[in-house]
Design a protein around this ligand. Sequence first.
Ligand SMILES: C[S@@+](CC[C@H](N)C(=O)[O-])C[C@H]1O[C@@H](n2cnc3c(N)ncnc32)[C@H](O)[C@@H]1O
Length: 278
Amino acid sequence: MNDRWQNVLDGSARWAVVQGDCLDVLRDMPDGCVDAVVTDPPYGHKNNDDGDLIHRRECALGKAKVAEAPRAIANDGVEAHELYRTVMPILRRILKPGCCCCCCAGGGGGDPQLANWSLWMAESFSFKQIVVWDKGPMGMGWHYRRSWEAILVGQKPGAACAWYDETNTVENIIRPGQYGVRKIIPDADEHPTPKPWELARHFIQLHSRPNDVILDSFAGRGWVGEAAIRTGRRYIGVEIDPFWAAKSRERLVDVESVGDLFMPATARARIEPKGVLL
Ligand SMILES: C[S@@+](CC[C@H](N)C(=O)[O-])C[C@H]1O[C@@H](n2cnc3c(N)ncnc32)[C@H](O)[C@@H]1O
């Protein structure tokens, strides 16, 4: 059943993770049915051509086996850029006027990805902001090691911007630990590019209200779903990889069963993605 998103739109379900190619799934969704998009597409970094750095290290330590590790990211080659450019106008169509698309876009590198992705977002949206997430300690690389990631924010024209912060203190940078956002270094058997759910919560709370519908077209392990459920929003996730779609569903069932943000620390630990929190 690839149309479970309908139950979320009509309110008979709070969330759905749909397994499939988002280009197919989103095509069937009606115009203006979603209140915010928060998403993290493949960056085209060929993360898993022969196992990523963390995976290779864990193999060397005897903690993981290449054959067992389900770490390949679909569409993580040059095709990622075409996918991104293709999905932007589709996301615009299914968002309500004034509503926003918040899209992770990498932290720079040897190609002008961030520049291209910004321009391609601006083809479909009124370009609103580049938010920098300062991840703190150094990331992978050699010269200019990656220590931040950008989240591009575009607004669908036609109405006032969906913006629900009343403090007027929100900056276009998220500092290490701010809003509870800390980078995750995953174990070798986890999704290779996990984002903290608190990062999604930040954008969800700025751009939507309780019961609104949040879409993640590249759902991965369900980071946006966790944030949506915890903040009382409805959620539709689309993930092409059956393994990660299933893992996402497991995670969200867990999140629902544990309850809200004020859960005790022991229960909280149960639903953290496995890995190191920095
Ligand atoms: C960068 S990862 C997102 C990880 C996510 N931030 C998390 O914390 O789990 C991108 C995800 O998009 C998925 N993907 C790639 N192409 C897709 C497509 N056409 N439709 C839906 N999902 C796709 C990949 O399988 C991968 O899980």
